[in-house]
Design a protein around this ligand. Sequence first.
Ligand code: IPD
Ligand code: CA
Ligand code: CA
Length: 254
Amino acid sequence: MPISAAVLENVIREAGSIALTHFRNLKHLEVTKKRPRDLVTEADVAVEIFMQENLAKHYPQFGFWGEESGQSANQSARWIVDPIDGTHSFSRGQYFWSISVALEINQELIFGAVYAPALDDYYSAEKGKGARKNGEPISVSSESNLADAMIATGFACLRSYLKENNLQRFCRIAEITTGQRRFGSAAMDICLVADGQVDAFWEQELNLYDVAAGVVIAREAGATITDFRGKEGIFPKQILVTNRKILDQILPLM
Ligand code: IPD
Ligand code: CA
Ligand code: CA
């Protein structure tokens, strides 16, 4: 891989300390609405600027796509960054938010890191080299019975005022599973499947920058990445991530 995982971790952890400075001073945090239900804060912008500048310093050969600033010229080899995934949670002082950084070269995702500064959890993976949490190997859960499973989801569809939303799907699946969670950071939700903390995650209407890093980590941890019909691949508008063992049981309910 043309990058150093250690250099990246240092840059991402430093970005985390910038985010935490704002997180510890929320009463002065500038919050604006991009859309009626979509927030951006000065912390999102500060973290993204820091990431773009420092990734360019270390790796000038790669382009950059950040949620808040858009796409730079070189998009054949690019960083895909969500500076704060879970901005709403961040703005309310909740701990479930993360910095998501992926490297995509010729449309292949080869590196992903998701850092949760408030929890000090750093998830990472390089294609073909396994997934880690805080340096230790991680893998999906062994749960093979949907009725005993814990699932996680999100509601970006409601943010977009979609009629075809997640509410009935959630109720169908919630009725027959043991645990249901809505943590508030899709990037982290996917890492929790990779870490065996939940057995499946799904969501509609996400963007590649929400899921790119998490997908690299989840794949390396043994997860399936499909759409709601079971087609293998990364479909941010309709992503389903499972521990592989309950995929066939959950698909009919999707
Ligand atoms: C959001 C989070 C949330 C998901 C939303 C996303 P953001 O990211 O990932 O869990 O449900 O749809 O937009 O907007 O805080 O970067
Ligand atoms: Ca996001
Ligand atoms: Ca974001």
